[in-house]
Design a protein around this ligand. Structure first.
Ligand code: SAM
Length: 397
């Protein structure tokens, strides 16, 4: 539904101030030409000495900072207007999500569902995955009592937080007409590239079905053992008609198409293979959390000055290499016509690899500055990103 931004933010504010029904709020992404103070802010109501406050928390990759506010319309409106592109407000009867487009229009999506409110001060996040879902046991995340195994806590959290971003982004893309409305006859197609033990693959399948989105999911991994194990799990769960696994290299996969391409920690240039496959097969939405970065690191033999000031320290050279790699991936996606955001999808305590590239195919033509910046960075550093050679058509002319 298209509303003016002012009306949409006012509606959201009214829902947030109704602390008798508010469950949580998530502010993420960045509006065009605006800077936000934090990557993401989570807000929830908490009861402190008998009065309901709004608890704001954000994470800088190392620690979570929390602040409690007395609910106040002016402060909430200021916060909602401060540059976030995605605003999700959940209350006990459903949710409202706002996506602010490049032009500053508000695309608003409402969903009816029953959610529980908790005002407890140390409330844990609402879990998206049903703890009783047998897939958690089958994939080895949970034990027979349904408890998450200690050794799988971090992976479980990564998967939950990945899904927490997938659902609103997907709903916004469906609402904006970028992805067709999934039906049983024409389900949403998702390909998980470098799926490994398929924790995320099964989780996406189960979670999206649980919120009423018909899906068809494919997991790709080069290892035949992963394919065989995952297909057996799918059989045990009785879901082989909507999920399947292939033992293939991403670069040469037989998978033809996906509405949504996801990749969680596909190693090094397998992330580039995943992005290249998604772009060439016309995926509308990409959620890519890269892993180790060796491709650009290994090409950074000499640094253009004055960057020698950083690269003489190994640790900083490595971090700069990571940033260059992902920045250039983002530029390539922009050149390919995607609207791209870079976000932290989870706190750094669960994985140091917590950056996510979220890209939505847009009808807008790429801007000349993107190609110029891309070429300048590559020329200055004397590097050729692996992704460029996988998408040569983008660089003709
Ligand atoms: C670090 S694991 C991540 C697995 C899973 N996505 C997760 O988060 O649990 C990376 C996976 O990518 C797979 N992989 C690496 N390079 C690949 C390639 N070129 N094609 C297909 N799979 C690849 C590996 O076999 C491995 O299972």
């Amino acid at each position: 539904m298209a509303l003016t931004l002012e009306v949409a933010l006012n509606d959201a504010c009214t829902q947030i101030l109704d602390t008798s029904t508010l469950v949580r709020v998530v502010l993420s992404g960045r509006r065009r030409n605006m800077q936000t103070e934090f990557e993401r802010i989570d807000i929830r109501p908490v009861e402190i000495r008998g009065a309901v406050h709004l608890q704001l928390s954000h994470n800088d990759g190392r620690a979570t900072t929390v602040k409690n506010l007395v609910p106040n319309r002016d402060e909430i409106i200021d916060l909602l207007s401060s540059g976030y592109a995605n605003i999700l407000v959940e209350h006990t009867q459903g949710s409202m999500s706002i996506r602010v487009s490049k032009n500053g229009d508000a695309h608003v999506y409402f969903e009816k569902k029953s959610l529980e409110q908790s005002l407890s001060h140390d409330k844990k996040k609402t879990r998206l995955l049903d703890p009783a879902d047998p897939f958690l046991l089958e994939v080895g995340i949970a034990d027979h009592k349904g408890a998450i195994k200690a050794s799988k806590q971090d992976k479980y959290m990564q998967v939950e937080e990945f899904l927490r971003l997938l659902a609103p982004t997907l709903n916004a893309a469906i609402e904006a007409g970028q992805i067709h409305k999934p039906t049983d006859a024409h389900p949403l197609s998702i390909v998980d590239l470098g799926c490994g033990h398929a924790y995320l693959t099964f989780a996406a399948h189960q979670y999206l079905r649980s919120i009423g989105i018909p899906v068809n999911v494919t997991g790709i991994d080069v290892r035949t053992a992963s394919r065989d194990r995952n297909n057996v799990i799918a059989q045990n769960l009785g879901i082989t008609s909507t999920i399947n696994f292939r033992a293939e290299e991403i670069a040469t996969t037989t998978a033809q198409h996906a509405d949504v391409a996801i990749a969680l920690h596909a190693c090094d240039t397998a992330t580039d293979d995943a992005i290249a496959w998604a772009v060439t097969s016309g995926a509308k939405l990409l959620l890519i959390a890269p892993c180790c970065h060796h491709d650009i690191q290994s090409q950074m033999d000499t640094s253009p000055e004055p960057w020698g000031a950083l690269t003489k320290f190994g640790l900083m050279k490595e971090r700069l290499g990571d940033l260059l790699t992902d920045s250039l991936r983002v530029q390539i996606l922009r050149i390919a016509g995607y609207r791209v955001e870079v976000i932290e999808f989870i706190g750094g305590e669960h994985t140091p690899r917590n950056l996510m590239i979220r890209a939505v195919k847009s009808d807008a033509s790429p801007e000349a500055i993107d190609k110029q910046r891309y070429r300048q960075i590559c020329t200055q550093w004397g590097i050729t990103p692996a992704l460029e050679s996988k998408l040569p058509a983008l660089f003709i002319g």
